[in-house]
Write a protein that binds this ligand. Structure first.
Ligand SMILES: Nc1ncnc2c1ncn2[C@@H]1O[C@H](COP(=O)(O)OP(=O)(O)OP(=O)(O)O)[C@@H](O)[C@H]1O
Length: 739
């Protein structure tokens, strides 16, 4: 083997490995960061009824029926159609035969199970057909009907909701948005005829604001319940309560109300725990999977998974039969680094080898670009989808035969004691690893390459810790209050968050003036709950009206929604640092970012200018997209997008301080900074325009734990502004004790 060559050895693999004769790509470093709410919460949309999906024309109808018939031939072989249903499993997870019926199909038993029980928990292998088929069964048997109500199927992510709706519309033989549709943030493909609606959990929470008993639905299917996102956990408690209320209404003989059925589904779920929470719900295990997936683990631990992923991609490409590859990574920056490296090395492949096409997939990518991963690869090309864990559950990407799992993910954490939130790279759970594996083997036999050893897999946690146990709960508590849950301390949580976390959240909402001293939602709090943003950013936006700088604030919030507006080729770090200096604003990073956007507009997005200044054009497009959405949103809310006329700099910084007052630090006599909350010593990140500067007080966007506690997104503020920014918070001694 040539010096510097790199090979990743997997268990059970032959060893004619592909060798990359250059390992310069190693050690591309990743940042661990925290802060901005990456994917904004979901919003109702206001598409006028006239532009909403219509019944298919006669010609469309013919094509739809042909496709439906074709897909039916496939559907009827899925395990949820024809497989066996079990009532329980032994301690190894093997189904035990008890009171099952050999004479009825899985489909019939699932229908009967839902008809006879208020709540059913369904567990079945990835790809067995739960998400696409079970809603159709419930429609076909009349549990979902125009008279009783539609079927809502929640998904933790929008890309899953939209792609599933498209597939199921084809299977049902209807145009998308007519009988089958979806509702996600800023996009609604549904109509009053929609009987099966895929929607993000955030969207269903939002519908609860206007339809408190979810009367438009007869069934709510909570899919991928194992993910335990904050929003799904909130939904558990809310739908459980709604089910009880509707039952009592039916018992009282109230008209136009039917009982609400709840179906909880996943491939990797602690069914007993869910059953117990939902008052002893019936559990059904669906046996079997459609296609096998062979799993390989590395023989040795890998010190650099990005490097290992790159090598594995080429090993598969050179040695394995046709089929696309799905690689799980932790974030946008890694995905972009690997895309660049893949493109570079793919150019060195011999001419008789098929081409490689990298396709990125991450939450901040505009929906139209996300959809590209679902398009078939061009002739004689192997598609390599590079995704964060937004591709981990629910979705089927046609053509994927190989999955590469790096074994880690970015996980949001929150230290309730000191009120600090962080986003750290953390090993995934076994449940996540199985979900990742399950993205292969959906249309044919598949292969999963885990970039970690078998013992490492064995040492992973069984399930991911519920988000509610590790997040800042301010947004969740605000949503609960907006949905009418006043007593958030005694809400029926499946896993109760700590009292400290809840108190912290209430304290933060009080400081933001979202709730009053009795814990009641204020007018401002109601407005904040409507925003597609974390409450902290909502506060900044609302406050910007008073300082007449909404337009600038919207731009900066949009700029903060991406990792970086600069593109940093590994061998051009010095040139990039030089380019960044051209935009520096003396008051810090918020205004420096705004300078970048202003300059981009001045040159009308000139490509050559972007190249010279290392501007990441894709990220700027994302920024502009978020900005447009926020402007539209503010217009709907009656917020005028004014531009600062007076002291622009101070006004913008004061607006941000009204939300970020807890992310502040004061200069100490020894030249270090001490955080106002928690009193910790912090350092300004070397990448900040404020690095090395000594000012009276700073405000920062995020705290990063690396070798020390760094803050990023830093701007200078005046100490005297703090009490004005949050009088309820700084009313007393906090400043004095930390000064
Ligand atoms: N968009 C699609 N294109 C091609 N095949 C699809 C598509 N969506 C679903 N399928 C097929 O239907 C099968 C069932 O998919 P479905 O999403 O219902 O399974 P599931 O049991 O919910 O899986 P998971 O637990 O992974 O979400 C898949 O294995 C795949 O073969």
């Amino acid at each position: 083997m040539a010096a510097g060559a790199k090979v990743v050895h997997f268990s059970n693999e032959d060893d004619d490995q592909f060798i990359i004769h250059d390992n310069k790509h190693a050690a591309k470093r990743r940042r661990v960061q925290n802060g901005v709410h990456e994917s904004a919460a979901d919003q109702p949309n206001d598409r006028p009824e006239s532009s909403r999906p219509k019944a298919p024309t006669q010609k469309q109808e013919k094509d739809l029926q042909r496709k439906k018939q074709e897909l039916f031939e496939f559907r009827k072989n899925l395990p949820v159609f024809t497989g066996m249903i079990y009532n329980c499993v032994d301690w190894l997870g093997v189904p035990i035969l008890t009171s099952i019926s050999f004479f009825s199909s899985a489909r019939d038993q699932i229908i009967k199970g839902v008809q006879e029980n208020e709540t059913v928990v369904i567990v079945g292998e990835t790809g067995s057909g739960k998400t696409t088929q079970i809603p159709q069964f419930l429609l076909e048997c009349g549990i979902g009907s125009p008279g009783r109500g539609a079927i809502a199927v929640t998904q933790p992510r929008r890309v899953a909701a939209t792609s599933l709706a498209k597939r199921v519309a084809e299977e049902v033989g209807t145009t998308l948005g007519y009988r089958v549709g979806y509702t996600v943030r800023f996009d609604d493909a549904s109509s009053q005829h929609t009987m099966i609606k895929y929607l993000t959990d955030g969207m269903l929470l939002r519908e609860l604001l206007s339809d408190k008993l979810l009367l438009r639905y007869s069934v709510v299917i909570l899919d991928e319940a194992h993910e335990r996102t904050l929003r799904t956990d909130m939904l558990f408690g809310m739908v459980k309560e709604i089910q009880q209320t509707r039952k009592e209404m039916v018992q009282r003989g109230e008209k136009d109300v039917c009982e609400l059925k709840i179906v909880v589904m996943s491939a990797t779920l602690d069914a007993e725990k869910f059953s117990e929470y939902f008052n002893g719900a019936r559990i059904m295990y669906v046996s079997g999977r459609l296609f096998p997936v062979k799993v390989y683990n590395t023989i040795e631990p890998q010190s650099d998974y990005l490097d290992a992923a790159l090598v594995t991609i080429f090993q598969i490409h050179m040695r394995r039969p046709k089929g696309d590859i799905l690689v799980f990574l932790t974030g946008q920056e890694e995905i972009e680094t690997l895309t660049a490296l893949l493109t570079e090395y793919a150019g060195q492949l011999p001419s008789n080898v098929q081409a490689l096409l990298p396709c990125p997939l991450f939450a901040a990518l505009p929906p139209a670009q996300q959809q590209k991963v679902f398009e078939p690869a061009p002739h004689n090309t192997r598609k390599v989808v590079l995704a964060t864990n937004i591709a981990e559950t629910s979705i089927t990407i046609s053509g994927i035969r190989y999955v590469i799992d790096c074994g880690v993910a970015k996980v949001r954490g929150f230290n309730a004691k000191i009120g600090v939130e962080s986003l750290l790279v953390h090993p995934i759970s076994k449940s996540s690893a199985r979900q990742r594996m399950g993205r292969a083997g959906r249309e044919a036999a598949g292969f999963c390459y885990r970039l970690y050893t078998e013992p490492s897999f064995g040492s992973l946690e069984e399930n991911t810790i519920p988000e509610i146990k590790r997040c800042n709960l301010a947004a969740a508590v605000l949503n609960l209050k907006a949905a009418g849950v006043h007593d958030v301390l005694h809400f029926d949580y499946m896993d109760r968050p700590s009292r400290t976390s809840l108190s912290r959240a209430l304290e933060q909402l009080y400081s933001l003036s979202a709730i009053d001293d009795k814990g009641t939602l204020t007018q401002e709090g109601k407005q904040m709950a409507e925003f597609p943003l974390d409450p902290v950013f909502s506060k900044v936006l609302i406050q910007s009206q008073q300082y007449e700088c909404t337009s600038e604030v919207i731009s900066i919030i949009s700029l903060l929604s991406v990792d970086s507006v600069f593109f940093t080729p590994p061998d051009k770090r010095d040139n990039v640092a030089e380019a960044k200096k051209r935009f520096v604003h003396p008051d810090g990073d918020h205004l420096t970012l705004l300078n970048v956007l202003k300059s981009y507009w001045e040159v009308k997005g000139d490509k050559e200018w972007c190249r010279e200044n290392f501007i990441n054009m894709r990220n700027i497009k994302i920024v502009l997209d978020v900005r447009n959405q926020l402007i539209q949103f503010c217009t709907r809310m009656g917020i005028v997008s004014s531009t600062s006329a007076g002291n622009e700099t101070d006004n913008i910084l004061k607006s941000f301080l009204s939300g970020f007052f807890q992310n502040t630090a004061l200069l100490q006599p020894d030249g270090t900074y001490k955080s106002v909350v928690g009193g910790q010593t912090i350092s300004i990140h070397p990448g900040s325009s404020m690095f090395g500067k000594r000012v009276e007080a700073i405000m920062y966007n995020e705290l990063v734990f690396t070798t020390r506690q760094y803050v990023r997104g830093v701007s200078t503020v005046q100490g005297a502004w703090l009490p004005m920014a949050a009088p309820k918070y700084f009313g007393n001694s906090k400043l004095a004790t930390n000064a």
